[in-house]
Design a protein. Structure first.
Length: 628
């Protein structure tokens, strides 16, 4: 056919003629007014992406309804291939929608050369309609469908006439399934990228951050969610690849990173990602990881699986000494938090600290425990519960880590962990050395880390902040030595570092130094629950450290842990949980001490889980009976 409803085919000789004889007449036929049809000269130019490069671009036409652009039209010469220009209108829609905080106003785009017209949803490279020149005639069903979809009514409320789609498979996993999926993700990253376990872990957590964020969106949409809403999905990746070579990293992760960056600039949040951070995995690797994760619903998983997600991933992916900096077995963490009997009411919320917080295990469980107490308090209104939950995460849970890797401080991983589990990330700090009582901040430290350390120094030294409870697992094997000048300067500030004759010891284990550090940070009557090397408790050479404990603390409980407690971190150091209360006056007398021996904390000598053999819940019950 040489003619259609709008023009003769032979008049379509260049881009200008397609605009004049076809597009303008089509838009008028659909019913748009002159004020709604915006020509190129009145449309804002934006910088859009083309793979790894950028270009300035504005479409040929835009349809504006109720003060927002809802549809854009890109026109090409009849001799041009439309596929070569798909990225332009798609990227422009993306920019428009990213700039709008309330909705995605640009619902569709049209790409046409007069001989062919493609209608796309703004975020889909596959057209929902594809019409040829001779299909623009009265009664043609595709033409009628085009009019229906891009009508003013539908642009304002597209769900009413959107085609029905199959429900995306999206299900809650159980713990055993999760562990297998995480291990498969790690093996995939390791095999394809050859990254070290901690590096693979960090790249995976970025992906996981995107996953959790988008699962939250799906949760909020509820039954209204359609396949198009599932962006953390292989289908979405493939629909965007013509526009962006790595859409998960360069679109989804970038959006999250930029929103967090805005909050960092406004002092609302502390840094989790660098301002230019990307997911440092190949697009093909990301797609395969997404394929493994896309159908599992992880929103709110900390409630269903009680915070096990991070531990599950860590133990599935990292082994040996590298795991030690992240990990205290969750059964031990949970037991210690329960033992602490944290207060969380309208009149009293405990300030809680872990100055060796690693990936945040004690902080996560502290938050979960406090929230549980709030939620189960039938004397509180919903408004009061929400207020208290927010108070807990913004003011009362504090973490410090002195990991030396300034490029990726573990404190950032702890923040990420807290955000994934409900937030509380803003009171987690990096310090050059948690044991340095002066909190020395040397020159040459990156500005943002320096500012972070200075903020904490002001709180701890100038404002003399004190804590009600410390829950912690300091490193066992690290020593501070007198022969090293920087470490000597630290030792000289510690009473526990001197012998009775006032001679400075040649070296002191860091977990011993932390006994004094935490003593200084605790309020009178405050509680210290720590994992400690048993040699401090039972060898003749360390009697003076026990004298220090008795001088300043009441000993509430000692629970000996099995030798395999930290087998997954490749250490068989014999440890105990030590529960101390800082004396309120020096004459306070030591009462009876609760003592117990745990035979199993939920795993075997090989590290295999044995949850039914875990005897810590029984010991907790015995302790509560002893207390009463």
């Amino acid at each position: 056919m040489q003619t259609n409803l709008f023009c003769d085919k032979k008049v379509l000789t260049n881009e200008s003629s397609v605009e004049q004889f076809f597009v303008q007449r089509l838009l008028t036929h659909i019913g748009y007014t002159d004020t709604q049809i915006k020509p190129k000269t009145s449309i804002k130019e934006l910088t859009i992406g083309k793979g790894s490069s950028k270009e300035n671009y504005r479409p040929d036409y835009a349809i504006q309804v109720k003060d927002k652009i809802r549809l854009i039209i890109e026109v090409k010469d009849p001799k041009e291939k439309l596929i070569d220009f798909l990225y332009q209108p798609s990227s422009y829609c993306l920019c428009l929608n990213q700039a709008d905080q309330k909705e995605d106003p640009a619902k569709y785009f049209i790409l046409t050369n007069g001989l062919q017209l493609q209608l796309h949803e703004w975020n889909n490279a596959k057209p929902i309609l594809n019409l040829t020149f001779d299909e623009f005639i009265k009664g043609n069903h595709k033409f009628l469908e085009l009019i229906k979809i891009i009508s003013q009514k539908n642009l304002l409320n597209p769900n009413k006439s959107a085609p029905k789609v199959e429900t995306f498979k999206f299900e809650r996993p159980n713990l055993s399934e999760l562990e297998g999926i995480f291990r498969a993700c790690h093996n995939l990253i390791w095999k394809k990228e050859k990254k070290k376990p901690t590096e693979a872990f960090y790249e995976f957590t970025k992906l996981f951050f995107v996953k959790i964020s988008h699962d939250k969106v799906i949760h909020e949409l509820g039954c209204k969610a359609t396949n198009a809403d599932f962006k953390f999905a292989v289908k979405w990746i493939e629909s965007m690849e013509a526009v962006e070579v790595n859409p998960i990293s360069n679109i989804l992760f970038k959006n999250i990173r930029e929103e967090l960056e805005r909050k960092v600039r406004n002092k609302e949040k502390k840094r989790i990602f660098n301002s230019d951070e990307k997911i440092n995995l190949k697009p093909s690797t990301i797609k395969e990881v997404v394929r493994l994760l896309e159908t599992i619903n992880l929103y709110g998983i900390e409630e269903d699986l009680n915070g096990r997600m991070f531990e599950t991933f860590l133990t599935a992916t990292i082994r040996g000494e590298e795991l030690g900096q992240f990990f205290t077995p969750r059964t031990v963490v949970e037991f210690m938090v329960e033992l602490a009997d944290l207060k969380c009411t309208k009149t009293k919320i405990d300030y809680v600290l872990d100055a060796c917080c690693g990936s945040g295990g004690f902080l996560i469980d502290t938050m979960a425990y406090m929230w549980k107490r709030i939620n189960n308090n039938s004397g509180l209104t919903n408004t009061e519960k929400e207020y208290l939950r927010n108070e807990v995460v913004t003011k009362y849970i504090w973490g410090i880590d002195a990991d030396k890797d300034e490029r990726l401080p573990i404190s950032r991983i702890a923040r990420m962990n807290m955000v994934l589990h409900g937030d509380g990330s803003n009171r987690i700090y990096w310090l050059p050395d948690s044991l340095d009582k002066k909190i020395t901040i040397e020159r040459g430290i990156e500005d943002e880390l320096r500012e972070e350390a200075e903020e904490l120094k002001k709180k701890l030294i100038d404002e003399n902040l004190k804590f009600d409870v410390v829950l912690t697992n300091p490193p066992f094997s690290m020593r501070y030595e007198k022969k090293k000048e920087d470490e000597k300067l630290v030792l000289e500030d510690y009473e526990i570092a001197y012998r009775p004759n006032k001679e400075l010891r040649s070296s002191v284990k860091s977990n011993v130094l932390f006994l004094e550090r935490y003593k200084d940070w605790l309020k009178a009557g405050g509680k210290l629950l720590t994992v400690i090397d048993e040699s401090v408790l039972n060898t003749a050479s360390e009697k003076e450290f026990r004298d220090f404990i008795r001088k300043y603390f009441i000993i509430k409980a000692v629970i000996s842990l099995p030798r395999n407690t930290f087998i997954n971190a490749d250490t068989a150091v014999k440890t105990s949980i030590l529960y101390l209360k800082k004396k309120e006056d020096e004459n306070e007398q030591q009462p009876d001490i609760f003592m117990a021996i745990s035979e199993n904390v939920g795993h075997s000598d090989s590290g295999k889980k044995t949850p039914l053999l875990n005897d810590l819940p029984k010991i907790l019950k015995e302790f509560k009976g002893f207390q009463s």
